[in-house]
Design a protein around this ligand. Structure first.
Ligand code: NDP
Length: 330
């Protein structure tokens, strides 16, 4: 028995190369559940792992793909049986464990969730890690008091994966959405997802000069970090929160504590990788209720395993729009 996968190999000089190969089933890692993968996707971390890994990959040869959806082929865990539809995001699968860029995956049962009602495996991967992270961010903002009608909610890195899903969810929940993008040509796409205002990246990328600016945003889902997040903190309305999910613009936070002390704003950290099972189920449930499927369809760019090396390089340059959905059997 064999399966096709994108295998990343490293030579003695440390150079990596990725190619689609036919592998024997015996090479799969030792998990509880073997899944016939149907779809995977391309996240920023996948871009790193398809290339030299950026410190995320521990051993080579490696199969990347930090998320997937498919059908259980066999299971030694009583929670899953052959034929069950399942989804996996996080748990460092695709980084330290062989992932979803493959027709087969063998994983721990604890890492899976049942495919949410009302979603196909393709739609679940259009959501993927980016979408579940966007949902966790919106849920955290709501938990800290965000309600529709309080003013515009800012989404940074809006044309990317997390940003696109966050824009669509927030808009559907009744929020006014201001979408920050460095790609003006994506304005129509972002408006179709529900953004009411487009903010040019340059307007927010200058380093903080004044710790407090006009109170503008009722909340923020931030995929960018760096100077932009530092600026946004000083522009949040009194008591509002920013959910920090990513570092597309940088890992540093050159901010002052003044917005916390004088405006009582909150900075909320969002991690999707180690979220407990119950939180994942809650996020998937809320996603299937609050993400309109026509908007999700509008974000999808289809891809095959062979296209992944090029797509991985492009996502690292911020050149991928919306959600790439990889049909591993195409
Ligand atoms: P994408 O590449 O799809 O989106 C990132 C977007 O950020 C780009 O599309 C671009 O949007 C914007 N951007 C890129 N470079 C810069 C820059 N130098 N300055 C300002 N904006 C920039 O990636 P994802 O949406 O998949 O992931 C976004 C971030 O979230 C990544 O850092 C990723 O590692 C992180 N992440 C974290 C997770 C967690 O659990 N916390 C889970 C998933 C992702 P535009 O063109 O519109 O400006």
């Amino acid at each position: 028995m064999s399966f096709k996968a994108l295998l990343v190999e490293r030579d003695e000089e440390g150079n990596t190369s990725a190619s689609v190969q036919e592998l024997e089933d015996s090479r799969l890692p030792d998990g509880d559940v073997v899944v016939a993968v149907e779809y995977s996707t391309v996240n920023y971390k996948d871009g790193l792992c398809v290339g030299p890994g950026g410190g995320l990959v521990r051993t080579y040869p490696h199969v990347p793909g930090i998320d997937f959806a498919g059908t259980v082929e066999s299971s030694t865990d009583s929670r899953y049986k052959a034929g069950d539809k399942v989804v996996l995001t996080g748990w460092r699968v695709g980084e330290v464990w062989w992932g979803g860029y493959s027709q087969k995956a063998s994983v721990k049962a604890d890492w899976l969730v049942p495919l949410p009602d009302g979603l196909t495996t393709q739609q679940a991967m259009a959501v993927g890690t980016a979408g579940i992270t966007a949902m966790l961010a919106v849920m955290a903002l709501e938990k800290h008091g965000l309600k529709p009608g309080q003013g515009p909610v800012l989404v940074t890195g809006a044309a990317g994966g997390v940003g696109s899903v966050a824009t669509a969810i927030l808009s559907n929940l009744g929020h006014e959405v201001a979408a920050v993008t460095g790609r003006p040509e994506t304005a129509d796409y972002l408006k179709e997802l529900g953004a009411t205002t487009i903010v040019a990246r340059e307007e927010l990328s200058e380093t903080v000069k004044k710790p407090l600016e006009a109170e503008t945003w009722a909340g923020c889902v931030d995929a960018v970090g760096g100077d932009m997040l530092a600026r946004v903190l000083g522009q949040l309305k009194y008591g509002a929160s920013a959910a920090s999910i990513g570092l597309a613009g940088g890992a540093k936070l050159p901010a002052t504590v003044i917005p916390f002390l004088l405006r009582g704003v909150n900075l909320l950290g969002i991690d999707s990788v180690m979220q407990p099972y119950e939180n994942r189920l809650a996020a998937w449930q809320k996603l299937s209720e609050s993400l309109p499927m026509d908007k999700l369809e509008g974000m999808i760019q289809p891809a095959t395993l062979a296209e992944l090396p090029e797509l991985g390089a492009r996502i690292l340059k911020g050149q991928v729009k919306g959600r790439v959905v990889v049909d591993v059997n195409a």
